[in-house]
Design a protein around this ligand. Structure first.
Ligand code: ADP
Length: 160
């Protein structure tokens, strides 16, 4: 049976930190679904469609990576797509505490879905979407923090 992992997140925008986690996870799983959480109550800088297009561009030559979006419970999405693994990245102890609570609750409601964590490489520890977004919004050059396949000028954000 195919080992499918879901990598859920806001990805507003997708960074080199996210990219590295997915690339490393490709040696563990047969297929990875990058699932953008579509939360109608949470405003994003890049629209859902733009975020999906950006991620699809990054993995355009990797047939084992799919890009999708979802609403509702992440574990329900995993079950619907036959994914037994939920992939997350860890940067700091704050990430760990946050992720621990989510993973333990997820396990309580869906013990058939296993959370798997990959520790970021040290250089990616300070990179997070909020900071990258702030640089972009302020007209700075954030290119070194996003995957090299992306030219940020090709994507428009929305004022939030
Ligand atoms: P969320 O809003 O669910 O936290 P994000 O898009 O910020 O979504 O992150 C998705 C996942 O990627 C999370 O597990 C997060 O910890 C991880 N992640 C974010 N930035 C990095 C990074 N620089 N290195 C490794 N993992 C990261």
């Amino acid at each position: 049976m195919k080992k499918i992992a879901v990598f859920p997140g806001s990805f507003d925008p997708f960074t080199i930190g996210h990219e590295a986690i997915v690339k490393r996870a490709l040696s563990l799983f047969d297929e990875i679904i990058i699932a953008v959480g579509a939360n109608p109550l949470k405003k994003s800088y890049y629209s859902l469609d733009t975020r999906k297009r950006m991620i699809a561009k990054v993995f355009s030559s990797e047939s084992r990576v799919r890009v999708d979006h979802y609403e509702g419970l992440t574990v329900d999405y995993c079950r619907k797509h036959g994914a037994k693994y939920l992939l997350r990245g860890l940067r700091t102890s704050a990430d760990f505490e946050f992720e621990r609570a989510i993973a333990q609750v997820n396990r309580a409601i869906a013990s058939d879905v296993e959370s798997v964590f990959l520790l970021t490489i040290p250089e990616h520890t300070p990179i997070n979407s909020t900071i990258v977004r702030d640089i972009i919004r302020s007209g700075g050059d954030a290119s070194r923090f996003v995957p090299s396949a992306l030219n940020l000028k090709d994507y428009r954000g929305e004022e939030i």
